[in-house]
Design a protein around this ligand. Structure first.
Ligand code: HEM
Ligand code: CU
Length: 556
């Protein structure tokens, strides 16, 4: 019996979230295609340069904020229901947060698309970072605030399930799938404090005209309070898949239960205090705080390296179960013909490359070399754009059949899809990194470096633009394959009682070896708050001393 039959209510909520996620992915991905072509001289006729920034805002918001949040919500609904063995406590509550998020998303999307309608005064060409001085229509900020409140309620929904489960199971350890979801949400609660303060306290009053002047540094700082942790809000659900499901897909078992919990705890503690590493170039923040952020950022490499170790060890175990031998030859025994496995594995490999460019970003001095160049999108298309997005796509090949009770169609196309993504991203991201090193800016509609094809472009910046365009085209083809396979399977796949093998075996080193303190959620949440206070209270105090709405004043 499959998930759908055990938990029909949870399956409905999860499916609704996935549908919204995939629609956002389709539209946002199309915008990415337009951007990649726009960087060449040839294919820039679709939208003019003024419209480019609306497209770019749509791409960032729909992919980085909406696709991720809705997919994560669907994934956690699945994981919590399954591991606690219960349906959502109240369907009214679950639908309330889903619809709140959806209404918010539609409001924000309408203001973004408004920028493409000639003469429209409803605009939000403020990019997905949306801090001043760029200003959007109030509906944009209010919409995002609704999405945020909805996501908080979604988290409460899972804590509620956990509480009820605890009543019946007073002595059990938190099941690992629920543990990871709850710790991810605790981190989300910590980091979104900054975002809520910025949006509700500053941006909404400012866009409504109630406040006319605004201190630019304060909203930026509040945004980046949220802005690094949000990348872990995207990434931890990918880790969730890599820890909980990938070992099984490899034919084995998770290597260690306690290692998994420790990794999530470290992320809860350290994700937020590092936000200043996005502000190395901002005047008005003392260099000491920036240095502190750099040091904690480098510390965050630790849980990612632990993840690398645990996940690869689990995969090796799986390969050896399948008859793999030797130091490296076992890699060949992994299921390279399973789309879900291949997508997760390739996503993991790309994430390693993203980690390397991330270390460069995090270095206070070399950051200045790449700051605001297209190197930065080169970096995060490896992380959120591949490690996260490709993992989400890949695991959909395994999840959607469980939720719909239908078998996957077009398995060959599904298998080509992750390989194509890997190829396209290698081209696009590598070219972005190289062009960025040479100083080519990001977020610009006028990035051309040469004329038409008769000019020799090889070895010039225009060659990088072409590689971005070709890579972006391959990515778009891959995305189309994904959407096609999923839609066709969802609507027309063969009905089956057990469309996939969804059994997840126990870890090799199980929960009986896990210290009980790791499950003490109150302790870790309180520690996280204390660390954040230490990191942020002094600099924020410096900023607001001269008044919250004083523009331009710098601390002494
Ligand atoms: C920016 C292309 C998929 C997130 C960009 C840029 C390009 C691009 C060319 C740089 C634009 C500029 O700075 O002027 C593509 C293509 C994709 C794709 C062709 C696949 C079809 C994704 C995915 C995500 C993502 C899956 C995240 C889940 C972003 C973000 C930005 C960006 C957050 C930065 C927007 C900004 O600077 O405000 N993309 N992308 N992209 N992309 Fe993608
Ligand atoms: Cu960061």
């Amino acid at each position: 019996m499959t998930f759908l039959h055990h938990y029909p209510k949870a399956a409905k909520v999860a499916k609704a979230n996935f549908i919204v996620a995939f629609i956002a992915l389709a539209i946002g991905g199309f915008f990415g295609f337009v951007q990649a072509l726009h960087r060449t001289d040839v294919f820039r006729g679709f939208f003019n340069s003024g419209e480019y920034y609306s497209i770019l805002t749509g791409h960032g918001v729909l992919l980085a904020l909406i696709f991720t949040t809705f997919f994560i919500a669907g994934l956690f609904v699945w994981g919590v229901a399954r591991s606690l063995d219960r349906e959502p406590e109240s369907m009214a509550f679950s639908w309330a947060w889903f619809w709140l998020m959806t209404i918010g998303l539609v409001m924000a999307a309408v203001t973004i698309i408004g920028g493409l309608v000639p003469g429209s005064s409803i605009r939000a060409a403020v990019l997905y970072t949306f801090y001043p001085p760029l200003q959007a229509h109030p509906a944009f900020y209010i919409g995002l605030a609704l999405v945020l409140v909805g996501s908080w309620m979604a988290g409460l929904d899972w804590f509620w399930s956990y509480k009820e489960w605890r009543k019946d199971n007073p002595n059990e350890r938190i099941p690992i799938l629920t543990f990871m979801a709850l710790f991810t949400m605790m981190m989300w609660y910590v980091c979104t404090i900054g975002l809520a303060l910025e949006v509700v306290g500053l941006l909404i009053p400012w866009s409504l005209g109630w406040v006319t002047e605004i201190e630019p540094l304060l909203p930026r700082t509040l945004f980046w309070f949220f802005g690094h942790a949000v990348v872990y809000f995207w990434l931890l659900p990918a880790y969730y898949v890599w820890y909980a499901i990938l070992p099984k897909l490899s034919g084995g078992r998770l290597f260690s239960d306690s290692m998994t919990r420790i990794v999530f705890i470290i992320f809860l503690l350290l994700s937020t205090p590092v936000g200043y590493h996005h502000q190395y170039a901002d005047a008005g923040i003392s260099v000491g705080f920036k240095f502190y952020a750099m040091a904690t950022t480098m510390l965050l490499l630790l849980p990612s390296l632990m993840t690398l170790f645990t996940v690869v060890a689990s995969m090796e175990h799986g390969a050896r179960q399948r008859g793999g031998k030797g130091y490296l030859k076992w890699i060949g025994k992994l299921p390279w013909d399973s789309p879900a496995f291949v997508g997760c594995a390739l996503a993991g490999i790309m994430f390693a490359a993203g980690g390397f460019s991330g270390m460069i970003n995090a270095g206070m001095n070399i950051n200045l070399l790449i700051h605001n160049t297209i190197w930065v999108p080169g970096h995060f298309h490896l992380t959120v754009g591949t490690a996260v997005a490709l993992t989400f796509m890949a695991i959909s090949y395994w999840l959607i059949p469980q939720l719909t009770g239908r078998e996957l169609k077009f398995k060959k196309l599904a298998l080509v899809q992750p390989y194509a993504w890997f190829l396209g991203m290698t081209l696009m991201s590598n070219a972005m990194h190289r062009a960025g090193l040479a100083g080519v800016p990001r977020r610009t509609a006028e990035p051309q470096y040469s004329g038409f094809e008769f000019e020799p472009i090889f070895g010039t910046m225009a060659e990088m633009d072409w590689q971005i365009a070709i890579g972006g085209t391959i990515l778009t083809i891959s995305l189309t394959l994904f959407l096609w396979v999923i839609t066709a399977s969802w609507l027309g796949g063969a009905k089956s009682d057990k469309p996939v093998d969804d059994y997840i075996p126990e870890p090799l080193s199980g929960v009986e070896h896990t210290p009980a303190v790791l499950d003490n959620m109150k302790l870790w949440f309180a520690l996280a708050l204390i660390i954040v206070l230490l990191a942020y209270s002094f600099p924020l105090w410096e900023m607001v001393q001269d008044g919250i709405f004083e523009p331009g004043a710098l601390p002494r």
